[in-house]
Write a protein that binds this ligand. Structure first.
Ligand code: NAD
Ligand code: ZN
Length: 341
C-alpha cells in the first residue's frame, strides 16, 4: 500500500510502499479515503525539537482520517464491513485511575497514531475497534477527515457555558475558526476572533458570523466598547499558542472570566499571575478530545446545522502531498485534505 512515512531523521516525509497492516482480534482494518494535514504533521515534516524527541523513525504519520471498515477482528462486535468511519487517534490504556473512572482522554499512557504508533497517512490503517467512530451518511469523508481538529475546537469551546456570553478566540488557525463556528452555533452573543494574519481572519469571517480583529494593527479595547460590552469578555479560547495573545486575552477578560487554553506556547511563557488572581480568572488546560463525549456532541451539532465545510481550503490527490504540505506551511490555508482513493 501507499503510505507517507518519516523514513529517516531529517526534514520531509516520503511516499513508500508498505505492507498492509495485520489486525489483532480487537482491531479493525480501515481503508482510508481522506486525511487532513495537521499542524502536528508539519512539526514532524520539519523535524523540529519536539518531533525529534517524540517520533520514532521509521513511522507512518497522520492521524486525521475518514475511511471504510474492510476487515474486522474476531472479538469485535457492533461494527460492519463497509461501515464508513473516522476514529479517535489517541490509543488509551485501560488500567490508569483516569481510564477506570471513564475519563479516557486523561489517561497518562495515551499513545497517538501517526506520532507514536503507525498512522493514517496510508491506504490502510489498523485501529482498535474501541477507537472507531461510525460516520452517519450526511457527514462527508472530507468532514470526517477533519473531525479530529474539529473535536479539539468543540472540546475547548464546550469547556464553559457560552450561551449569551461574549467570547474571545485568539488565533484564527483552522481550530480557532472552527471553535468560532461552534461558539456561534451554541448561542454566544459576540464572537471576536483575533490573529495577525489577515487571510486567516478573512477565512474566519467566511466560515462564521464573527468580528475579526487583526491585532497587528488594532487593539481590543476599542472593539470592546464598540460592541458595548460592559467590562470585557466572559469566555476566552486561546488557540494561537502565542504568549502575546494570552497576555492580551487576560487583559481583555471581565472579572470572573473563564479561559480554556488549547494553544501550546513554545517553552515557558511569562504570565502576569497577579492580574489573573485579581480578576478571579479560571484557566483550564485542554488536551485532545473527550473520548467519546466530544465525538457525540460534534456529530450531533454537524447533523443540526453546524457547518465548518468552508474551513477546508485545499484538496489534493495523495500523489501531490508535497503541494498539500506547502499549502499548510504557507500560512494562507485553512484545512488541507488529501484524497487516498
Ligand atoms: P495554527 O498554527 O494553524 O494557528 C494559530 C494561529 O495563531 C495562526 O493563524 C497565527 O497567525 C495566529 N497567531 C499568532 N500570533 C497571534 C497573536 N498574537 N494573536 C492572535 N493570533 C495569533 O494552529 P491550529 O492548528 O489552528 O491549532 C491551534 C493551536 O492549538 C496550536 O497552538 C496547536 O499547537 C494547538 N493544539 C493543541 C492541541 C491540544 O490537544 N492541546 C491539539 C491540537 C492543536
Ligand atoms: Zn490533528
Amino acid at each position: 500500500m501507499k503510505a507517507l512515512e518519516k523514513s529517516k531523521a531529517a526534514e520531509g516525509l516520503w511516499m513508500i510502499d508498505a505492507p498492509v497492516p495485520e489486525i489483532g482480534p480487537d482491531d479493525v482494518l480501515i481503508r482510508i479515503n481522506k486525511t487532513g494535514i495537521c499542524g502536528t504533521d508539519i512539526h514532524i515534516w520539519n523535524w523540529d525539537d519536539w518531533a525529534q524527541k517524540t517520533v520514532p523513525v521509521p513511522l507512518i504519520t497522520g492521524h486525521e482520517f475518514a475511511g471504510q471498515i474492510v476487515e474486522i477482528g474476531g472479538n469485535v462486535e457492533g461494527l460492519q464491513i463497509g461501515q464508513r468511519c473516522s476514529g479517535e487517534g489517541h490509543l488509551i490504556g485501560k488500567t490508569s485511575r483516569q481510564s477506570r473512572a471513564g475519563k479516557f482522554h486523561l489517561d497518562p499512557a495515551t499513545r497517538g497514531i501517526g506520532v507514536n504508533e503507525q498512522g493514517a497517512f496510508a491506504q490502510y490503517l489498523r485501529l482498535p475497534a474501541f477507537n472507531v467512530v461510525p460516520l452517519p451518511d450526511e457527514i462527508s469523508d472530507d468532514i470526517g477527515a477533519i473531525l479530529d481538529p474539529l473535536g479539539n475546537a468543540v472540546h475547548t469551546a464546550l469547556s464553559f457555558d457560552m450561551v449569551g456570553e461574549d467570547v474571545l478566540i485568539t488565533g484564527a488557525g483552522p481550530i480557532g475558526i472552527m471553535a468560532a463556528a461552534v461558539a456561534r452555533h451554541v448561542g454566544a452573543r459576540h464572537v471576536v476572533v483575533t490573529d495577525v494574519n489577515q487571510a486567516r481572519l478573512d477565512l474566519a469571517a467566511q466560515v462564521a458570523d464573527v468580528v475579526p480583529v487583526n491585532v497587528a494593527n488594532e487593539d481590543l479595547a476599542p472593539v470592546i466598547s464598540r460592541l458595548k460590552m460592559k467590562q470585557g469578555f466572559d469566555v476566552g479560547l486561546e488557540m494561537s499558542g502565542n504568549q502575546r495573545a494570552l497576555d492580551q486575552m487576560v487583559e481583555a477578560m471581565t472579572m470572573g472570566g473563564r479561559i480554556a487554553m488549547l494553544g501550546i506556547p513554545p517553552g515557558k511563557s511569562p504570565v502576569d499571575w497577579s492580574r489573573i488572581v485579581f480578576k478571579a480568572i479560571t484557566i483550564k488546560g485542554v488536551y485532545g478530545r473527550e473520548i467519546f463525549e466530544t465525538w457525540y456532541k460534534m456529530i450531533a451539532m454537524l447533523q443540526n446545522g453546524l457547518d465548518v465545510s468552508a474551513v477546508i481550503t485545499h484538496r489534493f490527490g495523495v500523489d501531490d502531498f508535497e503541494q498539500g504540505f506547502a499549502a499548510m506551511k504557507s500560512g494562507q490555508s485553512g484545512k488541507v485534505v488529501l484524497d487516498w482513493t
